[in-house]
Design a binder for this molecule. Structure first.
Ligand code: AP5
Length: 228
């Protein structure tokens, strides 16, 4: 998401760093917690959170010509074609000096597009944080994810239930049903996972075990950023 969501009270602002981290990529399978961690981290390091999944859903909700094009792919759990996703995300990448990318790049072709766009502005990525987790846990997380219509916060009926103070209603994503979840996991393994080797070879990759509770994952990311 871009601006309107706020971090929950979960330790934001506690990250200390040796150097300045301006451009981070969060990688991980569906349900790994990219969005959850990015909302917290963007507050902690004062960076803009750019989620291509949220951009896709916003375009669909606005029923723009772009929204109608991306909907057919997104609803089925398939990747939106590069040209469309690049048109959606590039304005935000260019507009901000400091960001966390959540959901982009999604394959090696997109990683090369990102690299070229950054080079054009004499910029580079500082770090790629990859969240690692077993598929079975992902299925439980995705099937139980709900978003509050009132506050846009993301909850989980099993792991992070909404508080009484959030009036809801709580909605389930159209791609969080069993068939679409299976397809998204397959797409991740086929297309996105090769990015781990791509970024490992450039020395940017940091692997984080994301199977524990949300606060434990926060702490691991904090330690990783502090160690750089
Ligand atoms: P996108 O929205 O990016 O979906 P995704 O990658 O499948 O990731 P999710 O949003 O499902 O999961 P997440 O890792 O953010 O997990 P979250 O923090 O919510 O993309 C959607 C679609 O858009 C794609 O399928 C594609 O069609 C299109 N698209 C987007 N980018 C694209 C691109 N670059 N190219 C082409 N197409 C693109 O957490 C999940 C749940 O678990 C929540 O309920 C949360 O509360 C809970 N949870 C989180 N962390 C923990 C924890 N540590 N313990 C317990 N529960 C937890």
């Amino acid at each position: 998401m871009i601006a309107e969501k706020t971090a929950k009270d979960n330790g934001a602002g506690t990250v200390s760093r040796k150097g300045t981290l301006s451009r981070l990529v969060l990688l991980g399978p569906p349900g790994a917690g990219k969005g959850t961690q990015a909302v917290w981290l963007s507050d902690a390091i004062q960076a803009v959170h750019i989620s291509t999944g949220d951009l896709v859903r916003e375009a669909i909700a606005a029923d723009t010509p772009m929204g109608r094009q991306v909907k057919t792919f997104s609803d089925r759990g398939e990747l939106v074609p590069d040209k469309l996703i690049v048109d959606l995300v590039m304005p935000y990448l260019i507009a901000s000096e400091k960001w966390i990318l959540d959901g982009f790049p999604r394959d090696v072709a997109q990683a090369k597009i990102l690299e070229a766009a950054l080079a054009e502005h004499d910029h580079h990525l500082d770090m790629v944080i990859a969240l690692k987790i077993d598929d079975q846990l992902l299925i439980d997380r995705l099937a139980n994810r709900r978003m509050s219509h009132a506050t846009h916060k993301i909850y989980n009926l099993m792991f992070d239930p909404p508080p009484a103070s959030d009036p809801g209603p709580f909605e389930q994503r159209v791609d969080d049903h069993p068939e679409e979840i299976r397809r998204r996991l397959q797409v991740y393994h086929d297309k996105t996972e090769p990015l781990l080797a791509f970024y490992s070879s450039s020395g940017l990759l940091r692997l984080i075990d994301a199977g524990g509770p949300i606060e434990v994952v926060h702490a691991k990311i904090t330690a990783t950023l502090a160690g750089q």
